[in-house]
Ligand binder design. Structure first.
Ligand code: FES
Length: 578
């Protein structure tokens, strides 16, 4: 661990505030304009709070207040806080998909930190893409950084039954279409499923990525599991404010924390939590920023002997509030200790092993012992074959086991609109054995790789009692979703990956045990189809959309922009101050 403490003159902010020239006069006088006095900042580290609060993001509704609590801690520890708003990626309202803007937030975070007099940063957010986006930027900037996770909302409640974000929406939407519940029931549920500020409270992408941030070493111990509305949450925020000031003096940077070992720990936790498939894409992107090679095969290797021990929806039964009462991520990681590299460093200044030492599990039905796992291995699996040469992802723990090995005829939808127009047609030629295939849902085809991967079960089959079937796409799936959905097919159909060549009636074989995904179509026939295939034009001709379509990488590469990865070129210089 870093032992030498920085001097005040070594802080980046000293170049703005500490020198005696006309520019520094401007920096100081304009800081005084906001009512601060010289003693508020002189000789202190300046801490940037990157805040993704927005009224367009209900999951972050409390973050204006949390920023004040972080500032309280920063003042207490002798730092100078500067709050900086950043684009808030609100999963529900933002279109076409927040995934399109994750890299935007990453760029914004990196450039906010670089262009301002910031010595260390607190990253404040939680809804799905916000933490990976901010962390990607902070890793590239490589100044001390710590995450305050927004925290999950309280359990949903409907007529005394707990409701889970997303998961129960999908479940009861299917019931509504099948006639199992009525419109009045559905309306009533709308007021009970999101009862407080905070993120989705199943093990969706938000809870997954908050847990990943903690396991990688970027939060104070236990921070990721605290419900947003619990008084422990603001106390954690203040404590984080105090800690980041110390980290600035210690110069404890992302590059001191992230190693192959810390990513292995995160992958173990992802599997044992039954975490979101999105976690794979984000971890690959984070590793790419840190210059660490993280192939998809590493996820599959570690999944094979990592048991699923978090009994949380959609893979299990409980919700994040229960996980917190059960002991939270520290207790969970303590159970997982035999599979972890406990010498990995964290923002606490200690090792992961020290952070979690002695954490107790209080509800043993929520956090299970390794030998009582929900599933002995393989919560997520990476499959390959002639349909996905660069890999695809499935979450077997959230699929009906009978579908783990399945062969059936494809029913192909050429894009989302084609699917929406036909899926509930009473004359659709579909049975429970059919494999639904959706094209044009990838990073470029979507664009932005929307969460369309949990294709709806055709109404005709819902009425027959079918609730799961094999579905394949180059899109993603919400972490709250479930089913036998093969996702992230790479390369995607838009760029001419084999998925582009599938036709209705082709037999598709999925074998999760063998990790294979193939279409039983001969090479000669595939060559004929390829010769006739044409690429659709991209829809953006200007702006960020054009930048995105020119530079986004495929799913197995983490969907980062090619020019932002650590190996994309030399180091970006510090700004000149003149
Ligand atoms: Fe924000 Fe799910 S919608 S975390």
């Amino acid at each position: 661990m870093t032992t030498r403490r920085k001097t005040a003159e070594e802080f980046r902010s000293h170049r703005w505030y500490g020198v005696d020239d006309v520019r520094a006069f401007g920096h100081r006088s304009r800081t005084k304009q906001m009512g601060f006095a010289t003693e508020d900042w002189a000789g202190k580290p300046v801490i940037g709070i990157v805040n993704t609060w927005s009224e367009a993001n209900s999951c972050h509704f409390h973050l204006r207040q949390r920023a004040e609590e972080i500032k309280r801690g920063i003042w207490q520890a002798g730092g100078f806080p500067i709050e900086m708003p950043a684009m808030s990626l609100g999963e529900v309202l933002m279109k076409p998909t927040t995934m399109m803007y994750r890299n935007f937030l990453a760029m914004e975070t990196e450039e906010l930190l670089r262009s301002n007099p910031i010595d260390a940063a607190v990253l404040l957010g939680g809804c799905d893409k916000n933490i990976p986006g901010m962390l990607m930027g902070a890793i590239s900037m490589d100044i001390p950084a710590i995450v305050v996770p927004a925290g999950p909302m309280l359990r949903g409640n409907w007529r005394g039954k707990p409701l889970g974000s997303g998961s129960d929406v999908w479940k009861y939407w299917m019931e509504l279409k099948a006639g199992g519940i009525q419109a009045a029931d559905w309306d009533e549920m709308e007021g009970g499923i999101a009862r407080s500020f905070g993120t989705c409270m199943v093990m969706g992408t938000a809870a997954t990525m908050m847990s990943m941030a903690e396991t990688l070493g970027f939060t104070l111990p236990g921070a990721s599991s605290i419900p947003a509305a619990d008084a422990n949450h603001p106390r954690m925020a203040s404590l984080t404010g105090r800690r980041i000031v110390e980290m600035a003096w210690e110069d404890l940077k992302p590059s001191d924390i992230l190693t192959k070992k810390s990513f292995d720990n995160a992958i173990r936790a992802l599997m044992a939590l039954g975490g979101s498939t999105n976690g794979i894409i984000h971890l690959v992107a984070l590793a790419g920023r840190a210059g660490i090679d993280l192939p998809m095969t590493r996820f599959d290797e570690l999944a094979r002997d990592t048991p699923l021990i978090a009994n949380i929806r959609p893979s299990g039964q409980y919700l994040m509030e229960d996980f917190f009462y059960a002991g939270g991520l520290c207790a969970f990681l303590e159970k997982l200790r035999p599979l972890l590299h406990v010498d990995a460093k964290t923002v606490s200044g200690k090792t992961l092993g020290e952070d979690i030492a002695g954490a107790e599990t209080y509800l043993h039905e929520v956090i299970l012992d390794l030998d009582k796992a929900l599933k002995a291995d393989g919560a997520l699996a990476v499959v390959k074959g002639n349909l996905a040469p660069d890999g695809a992802v499935i979450k077997p723990s959230a699929a009906e086991p009978r579908l783990h090995k399945h062969s059936g005829p494809a029913l192909v939808f050429e894009d989302y609109n084609d699917m929406a127009a036909r899926i509930d047609d009473p004359d659709l030629d579909v049975t429970a054995d059919t494999v639904l295939v959706l094209k044009q849902a990838g990073p470029l085809g979507g664009p932005g790789m929307p969460e369309w991967g949990m294709l709806p079960i055709p109404q005709k089959l819902l009425k027959q009692g079918v609730r799961d079937m094999v579905r394949i796409s180059d899109g993603r799936m919400s972490g709250t979703s479930y089913g036998a959905c093969v996702l992230h097919v790479a390369p995607e159909s838009h760029v001419g990956g084999p998925l582009a060549l599938v036709k209705t009636g082709d037999i598709i074989e999925l074998d999760v045990e063998k990790r294979t995904l193939n279409m039983l179509v001969g090479d000669e026939e595939l060559a004929t189809r390829r010769a006739a295939w044409t690429r659709k034009p991209v829809i953006y001709e200007r702006g960020y959309g054009l930048l995105f379509t020119r530079h986004v990488q495929q799913a197995d590469q983490g969907c980062d922009f090619d020019f932002l990865r650590a190996n994309a070129g030399g180091k970006t210089p510090e700004p000149e101050i003149h």
